[in-house]
Design a protein around this ligand. Structure first.
Ligand SMILES: Nc1nc2c(ncn2[C@@H]2O[C@H](COP(=O)(O)OP(=O)(O)OP(=O)(O)O)[C@@H](O)[C@H]2O)c(=O)[nH]1
Ligand SMILES: [Mg+2]
Length: 364
């Protein structure tokens, strides 16, 4: 399953700096983290998860394979993008294709780096981008309405479903509110098929100057306030620091970060937040060859979770031996868990939980 996060924002806010740091770090850790450049602006990075090391130690695994997440570096949008300004249409098409949006906001002051809007004001910048996305969504819905109505009259069920949720969404967009505020509960999947940008989950990344990386600054505080009101998540990073860290050998990184008052890399926080944003969870397989993390969407049942490893596992699914992560650690592994009665045999209807250590039984 490929899930991806698009890195979006005004020009010169630090999107590519962040993207390069993400992918260079991943490339440097290639021994442990699966990495590949799909296109120059698409990178796949390993999702850091401290549980992997603990499982691998107990399972005496030779290798650790984390799960991964894709990032797409999208060129800067400007005011008027929805009307085609600054190659707007092309970049908007890139945004339509991603699963979640990482919205980078410039919170650092540096007179040498041009700000397209004149000065640093991340809340205004966030509104500019959001307005362009809303206008583009409104435009695409209005364009599709007539043909959908035609299909709906011909008893096209999909068209009927989409039309039913379109009216409130169009009303919200005309009112200056993102589409996500008007999606009826339970209709998220229909809404997703409308391919709107303002229904996608958003993470704000505040790019602050080096000195504020640990604490944030007044600009990132303002973003935090806005995000709280929207129920969106915020991560504060210094893209410049991350770029430096990505050039350091692994063993020097912790000390470098500590010297700046940081306990972990901002990239790790961005990746973790992106993963959470997509509503993903992780299950594990542990064996002597490898300990490996697998990605599923929350609520996935055991057979579909098995399909992530191999389609045969789903087709021939019989059951899965299941140990919760905490039990696995507390009992010192699978056999300990079995003795303690913590190993469950789960069937087709079992909803896999984040952290489950699984062994599938199947027959094809
Ligand atoms: N001082 C400072 N400069 C930064 C920081 N992050 C990025 N820059 C600089 O800002 C300039 C633009 O950075 P990019 O990462 O290319 O910006 P972008 O958002 O990808 O820009 P576009 O692709 O044009 O939309 C570069 O000269 C970076 O070195 C930062 O945290 N502090
Ligand atoms: Mg760029």
């Amino acid at each position: 399953m490929g899930f991806n996060c698009g890195i979006v924002g005004l020009p010169n806010v630090g999107k590519s700096t962040l993207f390069n740091a993400l992918t260079e770090t991943a490339a440097a850790q290639a021994a442990n983290y699966p990495f590949c450049t799909i296109e120059p602006n698409v990178g796949r990075v390993g999702v850091p998860d401290s549980r992997l090391d603990n499982l691998a130690r107990i399972g005496k695994s030779q290798k650790i394979l984390p799960t991964s997440l894709e990032f797409v570096d999208i060129a800067g949008l400007v005011r008027g993008a929805s009307r085609g300004e600054g190659l707007g249409n092309q970049f908007l098409a890139n945004i339509r294709e991603v699963d979640a949006i990482i919205h980078v906001l410039r919170c650092f002051v540096d007179d040498d780096i041009t700000h397209v809007e004149g000065g640093v004001d991340p809340v205004r910048d966030a509104e500019i981008i959001e307005t362009e996305l809303m206008l583009a969504d409104l435009d695409s819905l209005e364009k599709r309405q007539v043909s959908l109505q035609k299909r709906a009259r011909g008893n096209d069920r999909e068209a009927q479903q989409q039309l039913a949720i379109m009216d409130p969404i169009i009303a919200a967009l005309r009112d200056g509110k993102p589409a996500r505020t008007a999606v009826p509960v339970g209709e998220e999947e229909t809404a997703r098929r409308l391919q709107l940008m303002t229904t996608k989950p958003v993470l704000y990344v505040c790019n602050v100057e080096e000195g504020s990386a640990a604490t944030g600054n007044s600009h990132s505080d303002a973003v935090r306030q806005r995000a709280e009101a929207e129920g969106a998540a915020v991560v504060v990073v210094s893209a410049a620091i991350e770029a430096e860290v990505s050039q350091l050998p692994q063993e020097e990184r912790a000390e470098f970060l500590e010297g700046l008052g940081l306990s972990n890399s901002g990239l790790d926080r961005v990746i973790a937040a992106g993963y959470g944003l997509l509503g993903l969870s992780t299950y594990f397989t542990v064996g002597p060859k490898e300990t490996r993390a697998w990605t599923i969407t929350k609520g996935t049942k055991a057979p579909q979770a098995a399909a992530v490893i191999h389609n045969d596992f789903e087709r021939g699914f019989i059951a899965c031996e299941t140990v919760a992560y905490d039990d696995y650690i507390a009992c010192g592994g699978e056999s300990g868990a079995k003795e303690a009665g913590k190993l469950r045999i789960e069937g087709k209807e079992y909803v896999v939980q984040d952290g489950d250590v699984l062994l599938f039984r199947f027959n094809v």
